[in-house]
Ligand binder design. Structure first.
Ligand code: C2O
Length: 546
């Protein structure tokens, strides 16, 4: 591999969307941010220089960071934030991975404007397990607020109520013609007839799973979270925040029509408020490049907003290639079993504060096993590495919920949430199974759970309560899909397995930023192994201090 250098200057920039100009934090003045491109085996050296007063840190979502956990990026987990006037060089090698990933800020809600694609091509002379597409195009969904997003989340954390929902969705930063003042800000996918395009679809929205469809065109799904899957056709895809999906799009040979509308809008089953607006873009064949109005074009239909059955049908179609070249290495014997309840709950309102959360006297909290994770004032990884864990974290994260879970009744709501900074410590090479069970207080809701530093196999999922007697017998250990982010089904459960072969401190959390801010997160510490290549390397000299 080669070494590729990038420089990210964090700067303010005025950007106008949906009739409103706003100053946003950007990388190099670009919104969305620049594309980072590499090949499997390359080293990326990305210098981030912060010129703004907001603290930042950047996460390379889906990169395994083997032995290089200092470059992972979540603030107060693997590093302290990069403050104004400071810089930090993220230096890591891409080992054994290729596909569509992305990068985003990992502090507060800064990722609303700080995000971009991270594309890893196969090694030289290694081809895709499908015919080479004519062209590859990133499609990155985002969410836009007219207000300052830091103010939106801070207000929510103070009042204990839900934050204001976004004012629009975007495709590659553009809201599209169904929003006010936005016809000129429409994403246009320009194509030639009779060709195959690969769309690298990324959901960078903060708080919404999205459906996506292109009128009169089917898509073939070939990759999820930078893993090839058995190809399958679909008219509509569903994608959670944090996930990436590559699809092949075959254009018509003799298109009857030359422009087609593409749309995306949320899948949502909770009872809170949400943004149910629709983003639109245009697929245009070359003969129509000048004629860009969508006025008389049909808008393709999407499933109803709460179509859990559609979503579960769709997610069940993802299967690993499980071939000689791309084998499935799912752990067959599990050393450690965990059962995690994940969901929203409530915390008592602190004295002298007015709270507007559920039951009027509480704040929203979100938790794993009834613990809402509080981030420490210094990075967990620093505390761990320099053996200064005292007062920063404790190693007693429970393997089952604190409030005992009745596997046969209705799932409990999470009203007994306590705050804490607790981790699970795993010896090197522990094989782990985690069953994640959705709980509900405001209606069941799906939670896109993301694990840093690892990919995991999704071995089972179902609705209702997990049944420890009968469900494990139905696990798929033959061709389970490998991912870094999985939607815990609304009102259901999902079982994942991974081998803890990467030493460091790794966050696992809901990729809805609202739930992340409310504490739906926990961390794993994976200890060093015996061999030199099984140890976390020391931190770089420019690691930011708190
Ligand atoms: Cu995409 Cu912890 O993040």
């Amino acid at each position: 591999g080669v070494t590729r250098h990038y420089k990210f200057d964090i700067r303010l920039k005025n950007v106008t969307r949906i009739c409103k100009t706003k100053t946003i934090v950007t990388v190099n003045g670009k919104f969305p941010g620049p594309r980072v491109v590499a090949r499997e085996g390359d080293r990326l050296v990305i210098k981030v220089v912060n010129h703004v007063s907001n603290n930042v840190s950047i996460h390379w979502h889906g990169i395994r960071q083997l032995q290089s956990g200092w470059a992972d990026g979540p603030a107060y987990v693997t590093q302290c934030p990069i403050q104004k006037g400071q810089s930090y060089v993220y230096n890591f090698t891409i080992t054994g991975q290729r596909g569509t990933l992305w990068w985003h800020a990992h502090i507060s809600w800064m990722r609303a404007t700080l995000y971009g694609p991270l594309i890893i091509y196969p090694k030289h002379n290694v081809s895709y397990p499908f015919a080479k597409p004519h062209k590859e195009i990133p499609i990155i969904f985002g969410e836009w607020w007219n207000a300052n997003t830091e103010a939106v989340i801070n207000q929510s954390l103070v009042t204990g109520a839900g934050p204001n929902v976004s004012d629009s969705y975007t495709i590659n930063g553009l809201p599209g013609p169904l929003y006010n003042c936005s016809a000129k800000d429409t994403f246009k996918l320009k194509v030639k007839p009779g060709k195959t395009y690969m769309l690298r679809i990324i959901n960078a929205a903060l708080n919404d799973d999205l459906f996506f469809r292109i009128a009169n065109h089917t898509m073939t799904v070939v990759e999820a979270d930078a893993f090839y899957v058995k190809p399958f056709e679909t008219d509509i895809i569903v994608i959670t925040p944090g996930q990436t999906t590559n699809v092949l799009l075959k254009t018509h040979h003799n298109p009857q029509q030359t422009t087609f509308v593409m749309v995306a809008r949320p899948y949502f089953t909770g009872r809170g408020t949400f943004d149910n607006s629709t983003i639109a873009g245009i697929l245009m064949y070359e003969s129509s490049f000048n004629n860009i109005s969508i006025k008389n074009l049909p808008i393709p239909t999407l499933p109803p907003i709460n179509s859990t059955s559609f979503v579960s049908n769709f997610t069940n179609k993802f299967r690993a290639l499980a071939s000689v070249k791309f084998p499935v290495n799912v752990p067959r014997n599990v050393d450690k079993h965990f059962f995690f309840t994940v969901g929203l709950g409530s915390n008592p309102c602190p004295k002298y504060q007015t709270c507007q959360g559920p039951n009027n006297s509480s704040k929203f909290a979100a938790s794993v096993n009834n613990i809402s994770m509080i981030l420490p004032n210094t990075a967990l990884l620093q505390s761990y590495f320099f053996k200064k864990s005292n007062g920063v974290y404790t190693s007693d994260f429970p393997s089952v919920p604190l409030v005992s879970f009745n596997y046969t009744g209705t799932p409990p709501n999470n009203t007994n949430v306590s705050n804490g900074t607790k981790v699970v410590v795993l010896p090197f090479n522990t094989s782990v199974e985690v069953v994640m069970q959705d709980t509900s207080i405001l209606g069941a809701e799906s939670h896109p759970l993301h694990l840093h530093g690892y990919n995991f196999y999704v071995v089972g999922q179902g609705f209702g309560n997990f049944d420890p007697k009968n469900d494990p017998a139905k696990y798929n250990l033959v061709d389970p899909v490998e991912r870094n982010t999985v939607g815990v089904p609304s009102g259901g459960w999902v079982a994942i397995r991974f081998l803890a072969d990467n030493p460091g401190v790794w966050l696992m959390h809901c990729h809805f930023d609202v739930h992340l801010s409310w504490g739906l997160r926990m961390a794993w510490i994976v200890l060093d192994g015996k061999l030199p290549n099984q140890k976390l390397l020391p931190p770089p000299a420019d690691l930011p201090m708190c």
